[in-house]
Design a binder for this molecule. Sequence first.
Ligand code: SF4
Length: 346
Amino acid sequence: MTMKKKVKVGNITLGDGNIYIQSMLNIRADDISNSVKQAIELEKAGCQIIRAAIPKTECAELIPALKNAVSVPIVADIHFDYRIALKCAEMGVDKIRINPGNIGSSDRIRAVVDICRRKNIPIRIGVNSGSLEKKVLEKYGGPVPEAFVESALENVRLLNQFDFDDIVISIKSSDVKTTITSYRMLHERTNYPLHLGVTETGTAHMGIIKSAIGIGSLLCDGIGDTIRVSLTADPVEEIHAAKDILKACGLSGGINIVACPTCGRTQIDLISLAGKVEKAVEGINKNIKIAVMGCVVNGPGEAREADLGVTGGDGKAIIFRKGEVLRTVPEEEVLEALMEEIRKLP
Ligand code: SF4
């Protein structure tokens, strides 16, 4: 495969080797004040690209309101009506999500392409189970990976025919395995930046599991440039989950906590301690690994790789640095002692 194409979306560049976190507003587009409020919360939580559904031309008013309120790029999500895309482009949107195959005649596609080219607005082709064309579904007998890839590439062709190349692609299925296989196939066949996600994953618990498997598998393969965790929940939850997926895949900095699962040897109230450590280190921007382990039998050994480790032992807690004992403290002082040691690290 040739070099990954770089696509500029507002002030960030997809394809530059970073993985950008995005989410979508779930407030009606005509409720500008609450949409703006949610966008500010998302940005504060760490969202790097914010998408809003724009169902009517009048709703494009939301774009400048969002642009004034946050500094992250704003994406307009548009279905079918090319005039909404034209309006959003005029209103200063940073990216448009639209499937050219759904907007009708080639004159309409050309009109969208022309304004996007003039204003340097990229287009994301977003294929999902619901948007697969009838003829593709008939050819493959259902929403299989080959169908997703063919649909995406056909949409790419519709933009390429007008010499438009500023493209990002997503192909999301609600089936995790289909999503993974589809993206792997697409990655082999194109060099456009890929927006990863599993669609319609459900409520927070299963949604996070499905997204972690789907998005995480692809990220570990080196596939993907931006991720969206879709949850039937507050979108701020999507940002927390996305950050944790990146962390679990070793793709983000910050404090990485490892903790043992506890067993019959556990000599400290580990479940509560691990939770307290997680809470206490929130917002600390150090690139370190902390191990929270239950006993001296396996704890120090298992924590050897960690920058700091804490292990329970006979009513006391032992703090380690790279497997070496630093100090022994009463159990009730362990959190404070650990925080002190964290502060000493660069
Ligand atoms: Fe059990 Fe100790 Fe291993 Fe934790 S570190 S799982 S307490 S043996």
